[in-house]
Design a protein around this ligand. Structure first.
Ligand code: BG6
Length: 473
C-alpha cells in the first residue's frame, strides 16, 4: 500500500485561504496554528495569503495584534521571526455573513491580492469556521458573489472545507449536500472529520494490510467483540449553547466513532485511493444493524454528568446526553455475530481514545487475546497474550507486547490532525474526508437512535467518574 511520489504543496500555485469566522475558537485553536506549523515546515504553497473574514471590525494591523494574543501559538517551538513572517501573510476583511455587500468586498479584496501580489489568478480554499446554522447563508452568498467559480483552465481551483456536524439528521444533511452540490463539484468539497487525519487512525490501514500476521484474523471466525471508546476529561468548555442542541451522539458518535469503526473493519479496497477507500468505508456504515424503538432498550444507554444543567448556555431542564454506550452489529458475512460497543463521554476521569479487539477465547477460561489500538493520547499498539508462569505448574499469566510511537518518533514528527486536513485539501486528496455516502449512512444509523431513545431513562454520573456507574450493556 505504498504511495508513489506526490506533488508537494510548495509546488502548488499561489493560494488564498479564506477563513469565514476567523475570530472564533476553532480558527484560533486549530486552523491558524496548523497553518503556522505547515508554514514553518515549508508545507504551504510558496506564495500564499490568509484572509480572515468575520463580523468584528479590525484593520489588518489590529487583526495581527489580536492573533498574537488569541491564536494558540507554541512559542517554545517557533522562532519569533517565523511567527512574524507568517502573520505578515494574514489580512482581515470585515463583513456580516448575510450581507451581499460583504461578499462583494471580499471578492474585490481577493482580486486585488491576485492582481497586485500574485499577478495571476490564485487558488481559493474556503473554510467555514462558523456554527452550522450559518452554512446555508454563507454558501448562498459565496455563490451569488461568484466566489465559488474557479478562475478556469489550469489557473486556479476553488475548494471548500466544511466542518462537522454535517447536518442535524438525515434530512438536513441531504439538504446541505444538495445545496453544496449546486455550488461545487464533488471534487471541490472537503467534508472534515478530523479523526481520519489522526496519525494512529491512518495507521490502522497500514497495520492491517501490511502485516499478514493480523489480517487473516480480521473476521468473525476469530474476533468476539470490539470496543471503540472516545473518553474525555473535559466537559463542554463554554460551548453550552451548541452542545446542548446536539449531545454526545451527534457530536462525536455520528462522526468520529463511526469513522473509527469504518476504518477498522472495512474490506481491503481495490486500490488505496480516495474513491476506493471511501467506498469501502461507506459499505461498513451501510451495513450497521439499525437500532430503533424495537431494540433500543437492549442496545443503548445514555447519561448526563451531574452539574451539566448548571453550565452556561445549557437549559436547566436539559435532557441532552453527555455520555452514551451503544451495542451493535454489522450485517455482513465477515462480521456476522461480532458485537461492537461504541462509547463516548465527557467529564470522565481520563482522556482515552482506543479501539480494543477481543479475540475468541480458545481456552474458554475468560483469557482472550486483546489487541488495543490507542489513538490518543500516547499513540500505541498493544497485544495482550498468555504465557506459562515460570515454575513447576502449568498456569498461565497475561503479558503485553507494546509499541508506543513516542519511543521511536519525536512528538513534532506526528502532524496535528488539522495540519493533515489542510495539507490534503491543498493537494486535493479527499481520502481523509467524508464522502456523501458516508454522511448518508452515518445519519441513517444515528437518526433512528436519537428518535427512539427519548423513551430511555437519562442516567446520571458524577463528573470525573472513571466510567459512569450505569446499567451498562
Ligand atoms: C469535536 C467535538 O469534533 O471533537 C468535541 O465537537 C470533542 O466535543 C472533539 O471534544 C474531540 O476531538 P479531539 O481531537 O480533541 O479528540
Amino acid at each position: 500500500m505504498e504511495q508513489g511520489t506526490i506533488t508537494t504543496p510548495e509546488q502548488i500555485s499561489p493560494t488564498i485561504f479564506i477563513i469565514c469566522g476567523v475570530t472564533g475558537d476553532l480558527a484560533q485553536r486549530k486552523l491558524l496554528p496548523a497553518l503556522l506549523s505547515l508554514y514553518t515546515k515549508k508545507l504551504l504553497p510558496k506564495k500564499f495569503k490568509i484572509v480572515g473574514f468575520s463580523r468584528r471590525e479590525f484593520t489588518d494591523a489590529d487583526f495581527r495584534l489580536f492573533l498574537k494574543e488569541e491564536m494558540h501559538i507554541k512559542r517554545d517551538v517557533y522562532r519569533p521571526e517565523d511567527i512574524h513572517h507568517f502573520l505578515n501573510n494574514v489580512v482581515y476583511q470585515q463583513g456580516q455573513f448575510d450581507s451581499q455587500v460583504a461578499y462583494e468586498n471580499l471578492s474585490k479584496r481577493l482580486a486585488q491580492i491576485d492582481d497586485l501580489e500574485f499577478k495571476q489568478c490564485s487558488n481559493k480554499l474556503f473554510h467555514l469556521s462558523v456554527a452550522p446554522s450559518f452554512y446555508e447563508t454563507i454558501l448562498g452568498q459565496l455563490s451569488k458573489s461568484g466566489l465559488t467559480i474557479p478562475c478556469g483552465g489550469n489557473l486556479g481551483w476553488t475548494r471548500i472545507l466544511v466542518e462537522k456536524p454535517f447536518g442535524n439528521d438525515i434530512e438536513t444533511a441531504q439538504k446541505l449536500d444538495a445545496l453544496l452540490g449546486t455550488l461545487f463539484k464533488e471534487e471541490q468539497i472537503f467534508r472534515i472529520d478530523h479523526y481520519f487525519a489522526k496519525e494512529a487512525l491512518q495507521n490502522i490501514l497500514a497495520f492491517r494490510f501490511s502485516n499478514s500476521l493480523f489480517e487473516p484474523l480480521w473476521n468473525n471466525q476469530h474476533i468476539e467483540c470490539v470496543h471503540i471508546q472516545l473518553l474525555e476529561k473535559i466537559g463542554i468548555e463554554g460551548r453550552g449553547n451548541f452542545y446542548d442542541s446536539i449531545g454526545a451522539l451527534k457530536d462525536v458518535g455520528q462522526s468520529h466513532i463511526l469513522a473509527m469503526l469504518a476504518q477498522l473493519v472495512m474490506n481491503e479496497p481495490a486500490s488505496f485511493d480516495a474513491h476506493n477507500i471511501r467506498k469501502e468505508r461507506a459499505n461498513v456504515l451501510k451495513n450497521i444493524r439499525p437500532i430503533t424503538s424495537r431494540n433500543i432498550r437492549e442496545s443503548a444507554v445514555r447519561a448526563q454528568y451531574v452539574g451539566y444543567t448548571e453550565e452556561p448556555g445549557v437549559s436547566k431542564s436539559s435532557n441532552t446526553e453527555t455520555y452514551f454506550q451503544i451495542q451493535t452489529y454489522i450485517d455482513s458475512k465477515v462480521w456476522k455475530g461480532v458485537t461492537f460497543y461504541l462509547e463516548s463521554g465527557k467529564a470522565l476521569s481520563e482522556n482515552k481514545t482506543e479501539i480494543s479487539i477481543y479475540f475468541k477465547d480458545k481456552t474458554k477460561q475468560n483469557k482472550p487475546n486483546i489487541l488495543s489500538l490507542r489513538i490518543q493520547p500516547d499513540e500505541a499498539i498493544k497485544i495482550r497474550f498468555w504465557v506459562k508462569k515460570p515454575g513447576f505448574g502449568m498456569q498461565t499469566e497475561p503479558k503485553t507486547l507494546d509499541f508506543h510511537y513516542r519511543d521511536f518518533h519525536a512528538p513534532q514528527s506526528i502532524p496535528d490532525a488539522y495540519e493533515r486536513v489542510l495539507y490534503d485539501a491543498i493537494l486535493g486528496d479527499q481520502t481523509l474526508f467524508t464522502s456523501t455516502d458516508e454522511i448518508k449512512y452515518a445519519w441513517k444509523f444515528i437518526t433512528p437512535i436519537i428518535d427512539s431513545w427519548k423513551t430511555l431513562p437519562l442516567e446520571r454520573y458524577q463528573k470525573g467518574s472513571k466510567r459512569p456507574n450505569l446499567n451498562t450493556l
